[in-house]
Design a protein around this ligand. Sequence first.
Ligand SMILES: [Zn+2]
Length: 347
Amino acid sequence: MNRVAQSVSPFLQQLPKVELHLHLEGAIPPETLLGVFRRHGNTEMACLEDVLRLYQHRDFYDFLAHFRTILEWLRDADDLEPITYDVLSNLARQNVRYAEVIFSPGTLLHFHGLDPDRVLDAIQRGYARARSEHAIEMALLLDLTRNMGLEYGWRMARFAAGAQDRGVIGITLGGNERDFPAAPYAEIYQWARDQGLRVTAHAGEAAGPESVWDCIRLLGVERIGHGVRMEDDPRLAEYVVEHGIAIECCPWSNVLTGAVESLEAHPVRRWFERGVRLSINSDDPTLFGTDITRELARLQAAHGFSDGEILHIMAQAVQMSFLPEGGKARLRRLLAEFAVQNGFQTL
Ligand SMILES: [Zn+2]
């Protein structure tokens, strides 16, 4: 699971971007993590070289072990302030203007009993600081983490519903998809939708098309995270096109977790040509040795997406975001200006 060097064109570097599928805990820069380790007296991780080893994985199990180590050291709600600030600053340097960031309060609650309320406060402080310095906005999606059970799911859904005035806009269902199906979450999702929360779910990554069907039919999701196994049932792609259900593609993540055999084997190009609404995302960027700019570069290299097609995908991502109409219009204008500056007539 080596990092793949990928040259990035000025067009991709300067392109205004949106990220719709990015986990806060998987996007922590190594320097930030070193700060966390020092604060908590982790003497085994005393310098950056030590920390960087956590970002190099021999295989997927190694990756999971590293992720677990990182989560074990997030011991104080206040850690989330510099983390959020640094993650957003990183995104802003790539000209990401808007990010829907997934956060899993359950892991910190589980490891250290951290109060989700205090954690959310710290995230909001980090966000306020980042927004005052960079042209970036963020909204939060809370992960119900399916392997933590329904009672926990209800707790998080209620917490999300009560935090809509603090930047939380919706929920997603992450965690172990293979062993914990989505169906039991139908009631929670119905309730969440009634509370005005936006709803997505991770599906078709570790489990087959039936998992995607369940999320669509029983959970009523507006977007699917990953969805690669949709390919095993041709009626699914047809259905998502017909009903405008959007797919958050995370191609490099899918390669590293083994959800697809290679980047070339990823269905993203076929979906694009069939008219599936999709966005390109980095998922766990620092842990996977990627970022949204490199994701786009890899797609151009492996699937021949032109700059014009990348512009189209980015405009589509704006459209499938959960921003209010005014926010979408602002981003569309930004993209349209960028398109014209780069010799395109329209988006
Ligand atoms: Zn994810």
